[in-house]
Design a protein around this ligand. Sequence first.
Ligand code: NAP
Length: 135
Amino acid sequence: MEFGSVKHFLRGKTILVTGATGFLGKIFVEKILRVQPDVKKLYLLLRASNSCSATERMRNEIIGKDLFKVLRDKLGDDFDSFISEKVMAVAGDVSSENLGIRDVYLRKAMLEEIDIVLHSAASTKFDESLRVWGG
Ligand SMILES: NC(=O)c1ccc[n+]([C@@H]2O[C@H](COP(=O)([O-])OP(=O)(O)OC[C@H]3O[C@@H](n4cnc5c(N)ncnc54)[C@H](OP(=O)(O)O)[C@@H]3O)[C@@H](O)[C@H]2O)c1
């Protein structure tokens, strides 16, 4: 598939991204926002105790990174409002029921809105305990 058609496909779509603080997830988020700014919305599921700390993680560990410099320079003063409009951090955990999203109304809205799931959350530790793997 040519990238042009992927870009076209992503236009107006709402995407749930897990693992967005990770190596691959972060690159995906930046690339989508840079090449297809007409994406509707990105929900980033991040491990955090509540939505405020999820937003803080998003700001510190994703959007605030040098990786976003090209987009930040391109958008200038509009960068923050663009991010606020397009990206929402959600506190959760993929190993928990309902992805650990406690807010029922948010869960319902996400179920209705999300078109695509980019699941990049994983334990990448080679010495992870078997209990974490469910063994
Ligand atoms: N990197 C590569 O070159 C490469 C190549 C081929 C395939 N892959 C695969 O791609 C996937 C991602 O790799 P990566 O290199 O981006 O890994 P990574 O840098 O270790 O990132 C893992 C991500 O998963 C999140 N995560 C882990 N457990 C979670 C949970 N229970 N709930 C929610 N989020 C959770 C982490 O969040 P926290 O910040 O909260 O820890 C982090 O954002 C893995 O499956 C890996 O095997 C990677």
